[in-house]
Design a protein around this ligand. Sequence first.
Ligand code: HEM
Length: 365
Amino acid sequence: MSKSSPKSTLYYGDYLKLPTLLSAQGPESARHGRGAHDEMLFIIVHQTYELWFKQILHELDRVQADFGGEVVEDEYLGRIVHGLERINEILKLLIQQLEVLETMTPLDFLDFRDFLFPASGFQSAQFRLIEIRLGLGRGTRAEYAGKSFDATLSDADRARIAAAEAGPKLVDQLDRWLSRTPFVHRPDYDFSREYRNAVQSMLEDDAARVRANQAMSPTQREAEARGIEESLAEFQAIFAPASDPSPWQMSRAAVQAALFIIVYRDRPVLQLPFRLLAALMNVDELLTLWRYRHALMVQRMIGVKIGTGGSAGHDYLRETAGKHRIFSDLFRLSTYLIPRSRLPKLPRELEDAMGYRYTAEPSGR
Ligand code: HEM
């Protein structure tokens, strides 16, 4: 029976296209007649990254489709969180995977590095798609050798990047979803007023404590107190009229809702939204960890040499780790959390509305 017959049994190697996959390693050093043992590891590690990037994009497809509607169905929310948590497990693996590559020493790398110019991980289109679909904007990117980040990509890859730039970003989808959060403004309870008062008094107490702290020099006291007052101004901007300029990237409604979800996260109805925010912060944090970890590995491999893609190498990469953040507003909110003991008490009606309470049906027997 021929292998293509519908009755043929599925064969492991065919299903996984192993002949294609396992013949896709073509070391440049061998092509140049100077075979370098470690180039195989270098290729396989990069290929594995690209496979995982593909899986991350596949997860993002569903997360963004679920998140993209006018209304996010309740049953989709669990699936969105699950997808993001899966992405985070993959990112952890990607950070750890650099250790395998680091079994190659800088001298081993030099055996084939010259054959790689001008190719570089900088040209990973899938990595760019992940960044863009999460919400990293062109204007936020670190300067790279005076060129735009997609200047050295093929036409086909540049077209994929342009399509993603024109498409939905997770950060905007999150904003719209957060802005629709119920419970934040009600006739019987206005979260923004109640919480604003509580945080304001906490920060004013902090500033007074600093000003009375004799262990600090007057200059230190003044600088610390001014820092707290600046935080207070940033916090008040969350509640300012929409026409005022805002230091926040997210809309005011979204920031208020995120704060509400974070501080009242123990209420049953807010537990899943809270896990969603935590998962997004983990995506941001793990991507940043990857950037730092990759930058350190690069420093160890090439010191201060330029990258094969022509950037300032380690310095450029370290800058991206600080600058290429996506959900930074969620991190900034931690400044404005207050102890549970100082949280404004919610009216009973609102607590009931946010709880899951089932009364047993009278059995009638
Ligand atoms: C010996 C190992 C490696 C070295 C020396 C290295 C070096 C560099 C350098 C110098 C850059 C900056 C651009 C340039 O001038 O080329 C860069 C960017 C990049 N590399 Fe690597 N890399 C290594 C391994 C990897 C691996 C395993 C991956 C996984 C896919 C990777 C992915 C990337 C990405 C995505 C960028 C762009 C980062 C950004 O622009 O934010 N690199 N690499």
